[in-house]
Write a protein that binds this ligand. Structure first.
Ligand code: ADP
Length: 271
């Protein structure tokens, strides 16, 4: 009887402890949720005035071109850069706030990853060429996937943009797409490699953190928000994948993404 009473007591006290902990946590969770909502709402509300500001500067620039002094022109140019920077920051904040509150969904569709990589090559090649950086694409003939096309594009965009930004003029950037076997399972492998400045070992785990930048001054100068890799990591995780960094200072970095093969055979035929 004593043992039974002890068991009952233990069970009851654990249930009670669980209930109390749950009750105590509720206001904290509610406050976190409100905070996330606030960031999402604030970011959303800031988008319109920023876009109005951007257009207004452009109007003054074009209509008053002849009357503007060199000094005023420079001020307007800098102001436009700042507005652009803030627009990306607000956009990135909004993405992360929505991701945090679970309202950002992964909208999967069938598409060819190789077509997407050619599209990205067309965007990036001219930009990289301006800095004498070469861009090489290693892709199979076709690779049908069932994933969120917009988000995968955003992921590759972030990694390629960083590769270009953190690689000195004349460097090489490579995008490789293919399949990789990991254990028993096959994965889709996306790798962005650069011959850039590299990332010191002690910083490698931290660069995926929000607003974390190795060289704040340099990153800001280059137009970064410090949220790119945090968004990249979210996109990969939302697809059930992993992102891995291999880097050597002064030699370069490779960001490798492994995504589970969620290729629907029926959908493959639709492509
Ligand atoms: P940012 O907008 O500053 O580029 P990210 O989140 O995309 O922010 O990256 C975080 C930091 O990681 C960057 O500020 C930079 O210091 C470092 N980083 C990212 N990609 C690379 C790369 N390919 N080579 C060297 N450093 C990089």
């Amino acid at each position: 009887i004593q043992v039974a009473a002890a068991v009952v007591f233990l069970v009851l006290s654990s249930v009670l402890a669980y209930y109390m902990a749950n009750r105590a946590m509720r206001p904290i969770m509610r406050s976190f949720a409100r905070q996330r909502e606030f960031v999402a709402d604030a970011s959303h509300e800031l988008r319109t005035p920023l876009s109005v500001l951007h257009s207004s500067i452009e109007v003054v620039e074009s209509e008053e071109e002849e009357r503007l002094s060199e000094f005023s022109r420079q001020i307007l140019h800098d102001a436009k850069d700042e507005v652009q920077m803030m627009t990306s920051l607000v956009g990135d904040l909004l993405t992360l706030a929505r991701a945090d509150s679970g309202v950002l969904e992964v909208n999967r569709q069938s598409f060819d990853l190789v077509d997407l990589s050619h599209q990205l090559a067309r965007t990036f090649q001219p930009v990289l060429a301006q800095r004498n950086q070469s861009f090489t694409l290693h892709v199979p003939e076709t690779l049908p996937v069932y994933a969120d096309a917009e988000r995968i594009k955003q992921l590759l965009y972030i990694l390629l943009e960083n590769a270009g930004k953190y690689t000195p003029d004349g460097g090489c950037i490579t995008l490789e797409i293919g399949m990789e076997r990991k254990g028993k399972e096959e994965h889709i492998r996306l790798a962005v490699q650069d011959t850039g400045i590299g990332i010191p070992p002690e910083q490698q785990a931290r660069i995926f953190g929000r607003f974390y930048r190795i060289d704040k001054g340099r990153s800001r100068q280059m137009g970064g928000t410090g949220l790119g890799l945090a968004i990249a990591e979210w996109i990969v995780q939302a697809h059930g994948g992993t992102i891995h960094l291999q880097s050597t200072v002064g030699v370069g970095s490779t960001f490798t993404v492994l995504l589970p093969t969620t290729i629907d055979k029926a959908k493959r035929n639709e492509l």
